[in-house]
Design a binder for this molecule. Structure first.
Ligand SMILES: Nc1ncnc2c1ncn2[C@@H]1O[C@H](COP(=O)(O)OP(=O)(O)OP(=O)(O)O)[C@@H](O)[C@H]1O
Ligand SMILES: [Mg+2]
Length: 307
């Protein structure tokens, strides 16, 4: 089973949208996927039309060390569709951070639950909260790979540097190494500025950034109101195509064994530093709004999706 956390402490960069739509796209390709909503905001849960208030059990009952905790993932999961199950969240999950503090093995609760899974899955996808606390550490600890959605704005790399520090801590203290990979989201290719930044980020991150780019697409925003993955809402949208591309790229790494050019964490830190320097150097460039839908905008000849 491949285990992938979707993490970035920066809020609103596309973690949940990626968690839902990558999971759904992988399941459409025949992979058995378990999506774990590890965020007390429960956006992934609601995004799949599951009402957290209407459930008796959720991830809290797995992670909590108290008497209401200790359930298995199977006991709380909700089947969503063929090949896709959800471990839902609810606001009560935020209590886990407090309940687990100072407990021995507090960072291993999710890993233990995942190790005890009896139902076979091909993919475990974990949607992380926008903060680096015990919930996020539990998610990273349970996963071998991390997708870091990076919204194409100047400020989006700030959270990433902190996340990299956490990866190094996990490696030093728990001997747990994760393979991080950046995913560019909400990309508005109409602006020259965004194209330049994208080129540079790709240049600097090298193989540690996905070829697939998630473009800004109003349909992805609309899916939230309908509680559907983009493929079930509008399968002709660019959002659907972009997440299908991403799923294919993730699948290709299965046969390749690892991502091409997979590098160690020190290299990534270095690349990050250089990318950040670049981002700062272009900070004075004017930035046009990304708020419009880009569905009808012409595709520039050098757009890097190329698939
Ligand atoms: N490619 C996209 N195009 C347009 N809107 C998007 C796109 N990706 C995400 N959004 C919208 O941006 C908002 C934030 O996205 P999302 O909830 O996925 O971010 P997040 O990182 O999970 O946020 P949080 O940190 O609060 O958990 C949502 O309204 C979502 O519908
Ligand atoms: Mg989210």
């Amino acid at each position: 089973m491949r285990t992938i956390a979707i993490a970035n402490q920066k809020g609103g960069c596309g973690k949940t949208t990626t968690a839902i739509n990558l999971s759904a796209s992988l399941s459409l390709k025949g992979k058995r996927v378990l999506l774990v909503d590890c965020d007390p905001q429960a956006h992934a849960t609601m995004g799949l039309n599951v009402d957290p208030a209407g459930l008796e059990r959720n991830l809290y009952n797995v992670l909590s060390p108290g008497e209401r905790g200790g359930l298995s993932l199977q006991e709380v999961l909700v089947p969503i569709k063929d090949h896709l199950d959800l471990v839902p969240s609810s606001v009560i999950l935020s209590a886990v951070e407090q309940e687990l503090s100072r407990r021995e093995g507090r960072e291993n609760r999710l890993l233990e639950a995942v190790s005890a899974l009896r139902k076979p899955y091909d993919y475990l996808i974990v949607d992380c909260p926008p903060s680096i606390g015990l919930l996020c550490i539990n998610a990273l600890r349970a996963c071998a790979e991390v997708i870091i959605p990076i919204e194409m704005s100047l400020f989006s790399l700030r959270g990433v540097a902190k996340l990299m520090e956490i990866f190094l801590l996990l490696k030093d203290h728990l001997d747990h190494e994760v393979r991080p990979r950046a995913l560019i989201t909400m990309y508005d290719f109409r602006t020259r500025y965004a194209q330049r930044v994208l080129e540079k980020v790709k240049e600097k991150f090298g193989a540690n950034v996905f070829e697939s780019v998630i473009r800004y697409n109003i349909r992805l925003r609309e899916t939230v109101d309908y509680g559907l993955p983009i493929g079930d809402y509008d399968r002709h949208s660019i959002g659907c195509k972009d997440y299908a591309n991403l799923a294919e790229e993730v699948l290709r790494a299965e046969t390749a064994g690892a991502y091409p050019g997979e590098s160690d964490l020190d290299n990534i830190e270095d690349m990050l530093f250089r990318t950040q320097q670049y981002m700062e150097s272009v900070a004075l460039q004017p930035r046009r709004s990304c708020s419009a839908d880009v569905e009808t905008a012409p595709r520039p000849p050098d757009f890097p999706l190329g698939k």
